[in-house]
Write a new protein. Structure first.
Length: 536
């Protein structure tokens, strides 16, 4: 039974990359290409980072173990960080939990199948660190057969510990949010805290690595105490010492077994905790409202009731506000940088050019706001309610688009105002700064809705599937990001390198192409969108 549950779950995960059988192979190839690309990017980054560390540590044979200890620590930290919240949704928030629990299947078997899938994700993330880091050390100092065997075995045992801690954290978060009055607020607080930590570490990583290499001996001495697990792991590989490595293996197996035992007792408790919450009773007042207002209110409640939906589809809202505040605070520093750039003879940019560039750069933030991309898919099995009600399909789609525009317009306007405060353009520059970014807001909303109608995913068991792993979200976000990147490359090649176009002409062409893209998307949505929705 365990094997069947894992097989069913893997098929479900595989089907997340496709929307229909006829285009399933194409989407699978695209998904595989993107995964290989991401793996290559991360592999290249980690190879150079650990190669930099190996240049220092290889000259100190007494601290070779510290290199492998850092590999273990990095692998452990990344895999735990990226699976902690996945554990919460994968283990306790799947919509098929009640169906499986009603069958003659032991709850522990269901739990173990979910933990096995999570452990597989841990292995994938861990390999992104282990493979390039091991290659960097092999290029610097080499590995004998025993060290290689222990290193491979370490990539098997360490993820057991990170998976155990991720499952326990997911259980605690699920238990906390299940008993909290505002489940979404609690999840948002924890998610934003994790996100803040991630960005803080990411933007300071180079400084930390340089400082670490300058004082790695003192850090290594401290790791023998607080990081004994990674000391055993590194020492076991570098010496090599089979006894120390055996301790790591035993500890990893014990941690996973203990986590499974503890979660097995709390699995049913978390799953049934919703029934234990007190329900508010009292007089019920019914109010009528316009159809458009009712549909918009429904979409807004759907958005604000899901932390996964808000964080993954509206991340650009938060980042736009942060960027605007940063521009207001660092306005003088940015102006000084622009002054230095203008002194370069090859950079003859006018005020209008700078306003156009700032407007196009906002599309990066707009591309992160894909609120409409999963909105149709999120109807899921309740889509029949909208289909059976006397509501025009165009009104449903309009409400989804309005929600996107209403939520994204104000943060984008704030970012435009901050850019204008820094650039101080003339009247024409202000018009470009205020209007062009709103075009990208509308483009991301309309194009996301078009993609979701073309690639719906309605048979999900966890709302994280249509929000984070569906083809419609991927095909909405990537083209908009790629458009900005290609615009930057074209600006460098056609304007500066080949000097075929003036900066103003090229930037106006970029905005013109985006406008044509928007018009075609609006035309498709207006003519074919309602019919497409009716056939779902």
């Amino acid at each position: 039974m365990l094997g069947k549950l894992i097989k069913i779950r893997l098929r479900s995960i595989l089907s997340r990359t496709t929307a229909r059988k006829k285009n399933g192979k194409g989407m699978l190839v695209l998904f595989a290409f993107l995964m290989l690309y991401c793996a290559g990017v991360f592999g290249f980054m980690f190879y150079h980072m650990f190669g930099f560390m190996a240049e220092f540590i290889v000259l100190d044979p007494q601290h070779h173990w510290f290199y492998f200890a850092m590999i273990g620590l990095m692998s452990f930290g990344l895999s735990f960080f990226f699976t902690a919240f996945t554990a919460k949704s994968e283990l306790f928030e799947a919509t098929d939990n009640e169906l499986l629990l009603s069958m003659p299947i032991r709850p522990r078997t269901i739990l173990l199948s979910r933990m096995a899938i999570l452990l597989g994700l841990e292995y994938l993330i861990s390999l992104l660190v282990m493979v390039p880091a091991g290659a960097a050390w092999f290029a610097a100092a080499g590995l004998d057969v025993t060290q290689l065997v222990l290193y491979i075995a370490g990539s098997v045992f360490l993820p057991l510990i990170s998976a155990s801690l991720a499952c326990l954290l997911g259980w605690l978060l699920a238990l906390l949010t299940a008993r909290a009055r505002n489940k979404t607020l609690v999840t948002m607080i924890f998610s934003l805290a994790f996100l803040a930590i991630y960005f803080f570490v990411y933007f300071n990583a180079q400084r930390y690595i340089t400082s670490l290499m300058q004082h790695y001996q003192s850090v290594a001495d401290g790791m023998m105490g607080w990081g004994f697990l990674f000391f055993w792991y590194g020492k076991g590989i570098a010496d090599p010492d089979w006894l120390l490595f055996l301790l790591v293996a035993v500890l990893a197996l014990a941690a996973f077994t203990a986590a499974f035992g503890l979660l097995g007792k709390g699995f049913l408790e978390v799953g049934s905790s919703e029934n234990l919450k007190k329900r508010r009773t009292g007089e019920l007042t019914l109010r009528s409202s316009k159809l458009s207002s009712a549909l918009l209110r429904k979409e807004f409640k759907r958005f604000t009731s899901s932390a996964i939906y808000m964080l993954n589809s509206g991340l650009g809202l938060l980042l736009a506000v942060i960027a605007a505040v940063a521009l207001f605070v660092k306005a003088n520093a940015v102006r000084e940088l622009l002054t230095l750039l203008r002194l370069q003879p090859e950079l003859s940019l006018s005020d209008l050019d700078l306003a156009l560039i700032a407007s196009i750069l906002t599309s990066l933030f707009c591309s992160m706001n894909v609120i409409t991309a999963p909105s149709v898919s999120l109807e899921g099995k309740t889509l029949w309610i909208l289909r059976s009600a006397p509501i025009p399909a165009s009104a449903v789609l309009a409400a989804k688009l309005k929600l996107h525009v209403y939520l994204c317009a104000l943060p984008t306007l704030l970012l435009s105002a901050a850019a204008g405060y820094v650039l101080r353009p003339d009247a024409l520059g202000w018009i470009v700064l205020l209007l062009a970014p709103q075009m990208f807001v509308l483009l991301s909303g309309v194009f996301g809705l078009v993609m979701n109608l073309c690639f719906p995913k309605l048979d999900w068991t966890n709302e994280a599937v249509p929000v984070k792993q569906s083809a419609s979200v991927l095909l909405t976000m990537l083209p908009m990001m790629a458009y900005t990147v290609f615009a930057g490359v074209g600006f460098a090649v056609l304007v500066f390198a080949m000097q075929l176009l003036t900066p103003t002409a090229f930037l106006l062409i970029v905005l013109g192409v985006a406008l044509v893209w928007l018009l075609f998307s609006c035309l498709w949505l207006w003519k074919k969108g309602p019919k497409k929705f009716e056939t779902l």
